[in-house]
Design a protein around this ligand. Sequence first.
Ligand SMILES: [Zn+2]
Length: 86
Amino acid sequence: MKMLRRWNYDEQVYEPYEVPDDWNVKSYSEDMDEIVNCPHCGRKVTFGSCYTSKKIHTAGGFGYAVCGECYATERIKEEEWRKKQR
Ligand SMILES: [Zn+2]
């Protein structure tokens, strides 16, 4: 398993997040046509069609490339959290 870090909005901490070894998860690629796996759902997508995750980060704090649907879900979760803070 590859160990990533996932931001927990409620706790405001990173928690360990594992993905299978054969998933190609990237925070950066020079090749926009490279096939990567979305670290949320595992779907294979081109790097160029991905969004930078707000939740799943490298040890250095860079967001992994996630698919459009999962990015939309992340944004909803973040919005919900922000509303709770008010
Ligand atoms: Zn996804």
